[in-house]
Design a protein around this ligand. Structure first.
Ligand code: NAX
Length: 328
């Protein structure tokens, strides 16, 4: 049998953590042949709640779950970790300015980047879920100079999955018929879900829709503001769907993307599509053998160009703001 893969989950006692941990334990993160050892990180006040979740995980008698350890210290939590899911973050509270939010999150993601740099396994893969996800990933990356930069990623897979679902619904097709969806830019309201490069039943999704007004006035805002729609309906933010997207992100990164399709990931830009190098921006990527590549050569029309540029401008502003704070 294989040695267990160490998976660290921060914010383990939160609502995404609760939905995520059972799916990891059941083998859905990495595959049914891979035992996992969970390392949970929480703030001291939430350790007891994380211990409660660990009791329930034990009660699942999951064949692939080799052990659970709980920490309130980042250095220990990331020791030997192969997969790091950075879910815990400081939410924006009433009256908080963007600068305050970035600074508070810097206080979390800087030490976590340092801890990953100091102790994680050589093959560590990092996914930042906690918002502002792209910029939090940028901060963590900046403090882990010994870890290859491309191992720091941010989650836009929930947006990607939402876009697939909305498009499939509009066209009355199963979600499996929608391929090559792309989310560009920031995981924020400026994100751009691109259907011009997407395919439905092997033909252009934009042509199949044939309705620019629907695209501009319904589809794009619906996907970008879906988080608010969920809060309005559920009285709490997306949790199970976010956990599902985190599972999808890591599963594809580790096990590859299907032939003839791609996924969206927030990854450090190499300058592709005019996105300034180093910014963590969402791109279409293909995964193979445990690594990913940005899909090259896609046609970007004027409409898409303007949308991508606006979201990337927001990412540049966030980077400038954390630079000013000395966080990157
Ligand atoms: P919760 O507030 O339920 O849980 C967050 C947990 O993180 C809490 O238990 C808290 O104690 C813990 N925490 C705080 N600081 C920590 C630290 N320094 N180390 C370890 N743990 C820490 O939030 P939840 O609904 O689970 O959401 C978690 C994050 O995901 C939020 O930042 C949220 O905005 C973000 N989301 C990101 C999404 C994405 O697509 N990228 C979608 C869903 C979600 O909104």
């Amino acid at each position: 049998t294989q040695a267990p893969v160490n998976v660290t989950v921060t914010g383990a006692a939160g609502q995404i953590g609760y939905a995520l941990l059972f799916r990891i334990a059941s083998g859905q993160l990495l595959g049914q042949d891979k035992p996992v050892r969970l390392r949970l990180l929480e703030i001291p006040q939430a350790v007891k709640a994380a211990e409660g979740t660990a009791l329930e995980l034990e009660d699942g008698a999951f064949p692939l779950l080799a052990g659970i350890d709980i920490f309130d210290d980042a250095k220990q939590a990331f020791e030997g970790t192969n997969v790091a899911l950075l879910v815990g973050a400081r939410p924006r509270t009433k009256g908080m300015e963007r600068g305050d939010l970035l600074e508070a999150n810097g206080g979390i993601f800087k030490p976590q980047g340092e801890a990953i740099n100091a102790g994680a396994a050589d093959d560590v893969k990092v996914l930042v879920v906690g918002n502002p996800a792209n910029t939090n990933a940028l901060i963590a990356k900046a403090h882990a100079p010994d870890v290859p930069a491309e191992r720091f990623t941010a989650m836009t897979r929930l947006d990607h999955n939402r876009a697939i679902a909305q498009l499939a619904k509009k066209l009355g097709v199963p979600v499996t018929e929608v391929k090559k969806m792309t989310i560009w830019g920031n995981h924020s309201a400026t994100q751009y879900p691109d259907i011009f490069n997407a395919e439905v039943n092997g033909t252009s999704a934009a042509e199949a829709v044939g309705d620019q007004a629907w695209l501009e006035n319904e589809f794009i805002p619906r996907v970008a503001k879906r988080g608010a729609e969920i809060i309005e309906a559920r009285g709490a933010s997306s949790a199970a769907s976010a956990a599902n997207a985190a599972i999808d992100h890591i599963y594809n990164w580790v096990n590859g993307t299907p032939e003839g399709d791609w996924v969206s990931m927030g990854v450090p830009s190499d300058g592709s599509y005019g996105v300034p190098e180093g910014l963590i921006s969402s791109f279409p990527v293909v995964c193979r053998d445990g690594s990913y590549e940005i899909v090259q050569g896609l046609e970007i029309n004027d409409f898409s160009r303007a949308k991508i540029d606006a979201s990337v401008a927001e990412l540049s502003e966030e980077r400038d703001a954390v630079r000013k704070l000395g966080l990157v």
